[in-house]
Design a protein around this ligand. Structure first.
Ligand code: ADP
Length: 431
């Protein structure tokens, strides 16, 4: 059981005065896989290093497994960390590299042997135990580095861009390995990457950061289909979402005017915008390349194709229309791909339900319309079999339920929410 809670965590590097992370909040559940993603310098590594205890936090609280760890040194936090630049000891065998940390901690030989062999089995490197690092491929070395971390069966596993030194093919392979590892290990993972594909494929939830500020936290599907703002919309999904300038028009109903067309919004969207009394305004609309419907233009109208990227059974058509550059994905099951060539014209449209609307500040105008109050289910057999017990009369109860009860209970006057939670989970022991 290792929840990781970050409450109002802030980091300012004193020497440079850089605000690396501002007011960061998350409740990472036991055995959850959370990915921190964002462009370089957005504060991902800083956040991970603060969970590990390698960087001090400037303000706020971090709890691991119910214990406030702000002042707990890294070695006592029961975490393991794998970095991008993992260094194996070149003169030691794989076995000794994996065993090293346990030897330092003076574990009995028999226990070390058991743990090393178990880790090697999980990572499928049992037949490499006698080799030295120089006789291993990049992927195998990375597995040894992970092995070194997992033998300690940590409560929390922190990974900082562990795959970014590998080539594309190996990275895909290791991504699948990490998914398997996660199933076998049943521990809490916090994983840092700048690669949105890695984030989307690995995370139960993704935290998207920019300039130290949380942009959105949600399941991959959620951040993809309901991005909170233009930054998230553009960052998640590849190729990037297309953006077009437009205007939200209000007559009897709401319409979107963009380029040469006007699009009526659905009844659900009308009701939402009306309910919020949204005024007419300049907007940016977003449409993903896979949601652009294309057809061959028989006349001179339409967008002009710049480039066609062949992907096998589909193509990306890069085109220009009324001063906008856009990309459309066309599949050979829908259209004849050979009809789209550079210099030709292309007609395009998109379905109303696939349009995202952003206001002038870049915020998703309808974010709350689709916002789901949900935590993804964690693939965890133990938890699925969880039965009602006296200690936990309602296993499905969420942190949010608890927070609602706290607000009602009048405890607010006496304790902060975290103290309230902690006092319940870890009742103070008699001295
Ligand atoms: P990321 O992991 O997202 O690339 P970091 O967490 O490493 O970003 O850095 C966040 C910000 O903090 C950046 O502006 C970076 O330059 C700054 N920073 C990181 N480490 C230090 C440090 N040791 N001293 C001063 N500034 C730092």
């Amino acid at each position: 059981m290792a929840e990781v809670i970050l409450k109002n965590v802030k980091k300012v590097y004193e020497d440079s005065g850089v605000l690396a992370l501002s007011d960061f909040n998350i409740n990472i559940r036991d055995k959850e896989f959370v990915v921190l993603v964002g462009p370089s310098g957005c504060g991902k590594s800083t956040t991970l290093r603060m969970i590990a205890g390698l960087d001090e936090i400037t303000e706020g609280s971090i709890y691991i497994d119910g214990v406030l760890v702000n002042k707990v040194p890294p070695k006592d936090r029961d975490i393991a960390m794998v970095f991008q630049d993992y260094a194996l000891y070149p003169h030691m065998t794989v076995y000794d590299n994996i065993a090293y940390g346990l030897k330092l901690r003076k574990y009995p030989k028999r226990v070390i042997d058991e743990k090393v062999r178990e880790a090697a089995k999980i990572l499928d490197i049992e037949d490499l135990l006698k080799r030295k690092p120089k006789a291993l491929s990049g992927g195998q070395r990375q597995r040894v580095a992970i092995g070194r971390a997992i033998v300690r069966t940590p409560k929390v596993f922190l990974m900082d861009e562990p795959l970014s030194n590998l080539d594309a093919k190996l990275r895909n392979q290791m991504r699948a390995e990490i998914l398997k590892l996660r199933k076998k290990m049943q521990t809490t993972f916090v994983y840092v990457t700048h690669d949105q594909t890695e984030a989307m494929t690995l995370g139960d939830r993704i935290v998207i950061l920019k300039d130290g500020i949380t942009q959105q936290i949600g399941a991959p599907k959620e951040v993809f289909s309901n991005p909170a703002n233009i930054f998230v919309a553009g960052f998640i999904g590849t190729p990037q979402m297309n953006f077009f300038k437009g205007r939200l028009v209000k007559r009897d109903r709401y319409y979107i005017a963009t380029m040469d067309r006007e699009i009526a919004l659905s009844d659900e969207r009308q009701a939402f915008l009306r309910g919020k009394n949204t005024p007419p305004q300049d907007i940016t609309i977003g449409v993903r390349p896979e949601h652009m419907n294309v057809s061959k233009s028989e006349t001179y109208s339409g967008g002009t194709i710049d480039v066609v990227e062949m992907m096998g059974s589909s193509i990306y058509i890069h085109f220009n229309f009324m001063g906008n550059s856009a990309i459309a994905l066309a599949r050979d099951k829908d259209v004849d791909l050979s009809e789209f060539k550079a210099g030709n014209k292309v007609l395009f449209d998109f379905n109303e339900e696939n349009i995202h609307i952003f206001d002038e500040e870049g915020l998703n105008l309808e974010y709350e319309l689709h916002e789901e109050e949900f935590l993804p289910e964690i693939d965890n057999t133990e938890e699925k079999n969880e039965e009602e017990t006296e200690e936990n009369p309602n296993p499905k109860e969420t942190f949010e339920d608890e927070e609602a009860r706290y607000k009602k209970s009048g405890e607010k006057e006496k304790h902060s929410f975290i103290d309230y939670i902690m006092s319940k989970k870890n009742p103070p022991k008699d001295e």
